[in-house]
Design a protein around this ligand. Structure first.
Ligand code: DPM
Length: 333
């Protein structure tokens, strides 16, 4: 297993390694640190760079067979030869507010006018600017440790916004003062889920990690990723989702935003993911990069269709104009 240097990467890799060791006590598992160059880039969540980097580590060295990622950092189209062999049960997918200690007890609503909120996520900034017009938003970079330090040790930010899942994995749940529900801030595609990336042709390894798949998370994330792929969105566009599975019905709410949140489009759709008693062949098919033989194919097909259909609905209402403008303005920043 390859890992990167950041504490979150280590924690996530160790977590998956422990699960695999328990399931396969006879398999020799080793964690190797992938070269440390590029960490700065990696930790600013430029997933393209992060991704290419890990792929290179897998394929060139042949020393690494598995890499654990936050699913939300993986592009919706993987290079040939690679696949997501496991999507683990999702933690909370929501975003959370971490306050500067001096603001203890306050909320986004009650923070004073002009308070500066740190986030580099266009998605978070767009939604929160609209919802909390009295606040200001400023980029904050670096890995989670760096960000928390920047928050606490300076007076630059009144609060920062981070994924609840990352905070929980780091053991920093006590710093969460507010978890943002969908009415305040919908989450990013794949947020809160861990993914294990492997070579698509390594059948034994694929089979081994496939036991880590969590069916409901797989279906939700296939729908979310199909939605994002259809919108041609990368990891850094203001696109947000909310999914749910209830009584074998998968529902997806998806939205796109202008950078200031003033323009937005939001729609919802649902589809049955009940496998019924259809006979299935073990088709060797990836859905938005995910290989999951042990999750009903027809449910995966339905989930992918849901994402595509919802994206098409938004596109028919002008989503591409909103995203193109957002992308241009962001590139010019
Ligand atoms: C992506 C984004 C961010 C990360 C964009 C977004 C946040 C960047 C920022 C695609 N990747 O969410 O709209 O806040 O400036 C990242 C985090 C995790 C995975 C940290 C975080 C941990 C949570 C998880 C960075 N990638 O979002 O607070 O595993 O889902």
């Amino acid at each position: 297993m390859g890992t990167r240097k950041s504490q979150l990467a280590r924690i996530q890799t160790d977590y998956v390694a422990e699960k695999l060791k328990t399931l396969y006590p006879d398999v020799h598992l080793e964690i190797v640190a992938m070269s440390t160059i590029g960490d700065k880039i990696l930790d600013t969540a430029l997933s393209k760079v992060m991704y290419n980097y890990s792929i290179t580590s897998i394929s060139l060295s042949n020393r690494v067979d598995l890499v654990v990622h936050s699913l939300k950092d993986l592009p919706t189209t993987l290079p040939n030869g690679f696949t997501i062999g496991a999507v683990l049960q999702r933690e909370s997918p929501h975003d959370a507010v971490v306050l500067h200690p001096k603001n203890s007890g306050l909320t986004l609503d009650t923070l004073p006018d002009g308070s500066v909120i740190g986030t580099s996520s266009l998605r978070r900034a767009a939604q929160l600017k609209k919802r909390f017009p009295h606040l200001e938003f400023k980029d904050i970079r670096g890995n989670l440790n760096t960000r928390l330090k920047k928050l606490d040790e300076k007076e630059d930010y009144a609060a920062i916004i981070l994924a609840a899942a990352g905070l929980k994995r780091m053991g920093w749940e006590a710093r969460v003062s507010q978890v943002l529900g969908p009415e305040d801030c919908m989450y990013a595609v794949g947020q809160g889920a861990l993914a294990v990336e492997v070579r698509a042709r390594d059948c034994d390894i694929l089979e081994m990690v496939s036991t880590l798949h969590h069916s409901e998370t797989v279906l939700r994330c296939i729908a979310e990723r199909a939605f994002l792929r259809r919108l041609e969105g990368g990891c850094s566009v203001p696109v947000a989702v909310n999914t749910e599975v209830k009584d074998s019905v998968l529902s997806l709410t998806g939205a796109v935003y202008s950078l200031d949140g003033a323009d937005s489009l939001k729609e919802a759709m649902e589809i049955s993911v009940d496998p019924g008693n259809k006979l299935e062949s073990a088709a060797d098919i990836q859905h938005v990069g995910v290989t999951a033989h042990n999750v009903p194919q027809c449910a995966q097909v339905a989930a992918e269709k849901l994402g595509v259909d919802l994206a098409d609905l938004l596109l028919s209402k002008g989503a591409m104009e909103i995203l193109t403008t957002a992308r241009k303005l962001n590139d010019a920043r």
